[in-house]
Design a protein around this ligand. Structure first.
Ligand SMILES: O=C(O)C(=O)C[C@]1(C(=O)O)C=C[C@@H](O)C=C1
Length: 381
């Protein structure tokens, strides 16, 4: 029998990788025990100082084995983030005992869209089993949840390159639904085409309007391209597959491209290097968020039109030391030049400061409504 040194080494690597997985699973088990002690002691899940010291020690330890500092840091950021999310999930499940274990979730489809990826990532952390429901517009998603056709809906709300998704903000203005979660996704746009295509041959590009807005610098380099808007990036991919020509392409994600059998001609060309989209999760029922984890509260408010009305509202938040993570305004339909403000706040709706601030806001604004309180997705150090 011939001795193949490569195969022998690969066998050893595979064996070590299996051990690594076992160790990570053991670490997660300990993290579960830790959260149970935290629940009993009523202390916050997050201990930034402990995380900092742990990573510092591990970097020093790694140095002895010639492991790169950045590598060790990145590795442990992922491991600790997973540990924090696990603890948050356990806490939330205890608090919301009636939360469903299996759920039907609507997203902007067909499968292979960014919304589909976001939905799957959120679901993996929250449910044992899901049924996917593909919708062709954001409005359909809101309606499906509202009518009880699905349990939850996932919609994008903002992107680091193109800003707010206005259509979703406008739907939030009139909805009875609640925001119960958020999830951020790194978006690496790809030019996807059939196997005979090349960048030089492309004449027509299909996608949802959002990717075009996020990649204007790149698109401007191809002034001859004909741009065609589709309902979603995945329907754009489907169109390219159906046309089966070498001169057409879609903008979408790599995983979606694989699903549709398309090759990547170019990627990573959004205006912002860190192209991130934040999605929100909608439900008919609000959830309770543990005060032991970091939470966000999103409110809608309409101020009067007198001078300083918005400043007065913001001062209420400042006086209560409440951090605003986002402030957006949208026209109120039917009332020209009147604006609705959407404010994302760091904090739990149940906290004394938040309750006090909301009470004061209600008394000085024309309208204030809580759209939801949900665990903050931002758990990286
Ligand atoms: O040591 C803790 O308190 C933990 O909960 C464990 C752990 C970790 O995974 O290392 C997770 C979250 C905390 O912010 C700190 C550390």
């Amino acid at each position: 029998m011939s001795h193949n040194p490569l195969l022998t080494l690969r066998d050893k690597i595979t064996a070590l990788d299996k051990q690594l997985l076992q160790l990570i699973a053991q670490r997660r088990e300990l993290s579960t025990q830790v959260v149970n002690t935290k629940i009993k002691a009523n202390i916050p899940v997050r201990d930034i100082e402990r995380e900092r010291l742990l990573v510092k020690t591990l970097i020093e330890e790694g140095n002895q084995f010639s492991l790169d500092e950045l590598f060790v840091k990145r590795l442990y950021q992922i491991i600790i983030e997973d540990s924090v999310l696990l603890q948050q999930r356990i806490l939330q499940q205890q608090l919301n005992q009636n939360a469903v274990k299996s759920a039907k979730i609507a997203f902007l489809g067909p499968k292979g869209s960014y919304s589909h990826s976001a939905m799957r990532r959120y679901a993996a952390n929250h449910f044992d089993h899901i049924e996917e429901s593909s919708c062709s517009s954001f409005k359909d998603i809101f309606e499906s949840v509202d009518k009880g056709l699905v349990d939850y809906g996932v919609v994008p709300i903002e992107n680091s390159s193109s800003g707010s998704i206005n259509e979703v903000y406008d739907l939030l203005q009139k909805t009875n639904l609640h925001i119960i979660g958020e999830i951020s996704l790194f978006i690496d746009h790809c030019i996807l085409a059939n196997n005979q295509a090349s960048l030089a041959k492309i004449e027509t590009v299909y996608s949802h309007p959002q990717p075009f807005q996020q990649c204007t610098n790149f698109i401007d380099k191809y002034p001859n391209w004909k741009i065609i808007y589709c309902d979603s990036t995945s329907s754009a991919m489907q169109t390219v597959v159906d046309l089966n020509q070498d001169n057409v392409a879609a903008i979408g994600n790599k995983d979606g491209g694989e699903l549709y059998g398309l090759q990547v001609l170019e990627h990573n060309f959004a205006n912002q290097k860190e192209n991130i989209t934040r999605f929100i999760i909608l439900s008919r029922e609000a959830i309770e968020v543990s005060q032991q984890i970091s939470a966000k509260t999103t409110i809608l408010m309409k101020t009067g039109q007198q001078a300083g009305a918005l400043v007065d509202a913001l001062l209420v938040l400042r006086n209560h030391n409440i951090v605003i993570t986002k402030l957006e305004s949208r026209p109120i339909h039917g009332n020209p030049w009147e604006e609705m403000f959407y404010v994302d706040l760091q904090g739990n709706i149940e906290s004394v400061v938040m309750q006090q601030a909301l009470k004061e806001l209600s008394s000085i604004t024309l309208f204030t409504k809580v759209l939801g309180c949900y665990p903050s997705d931002n758990v990286t150090q």
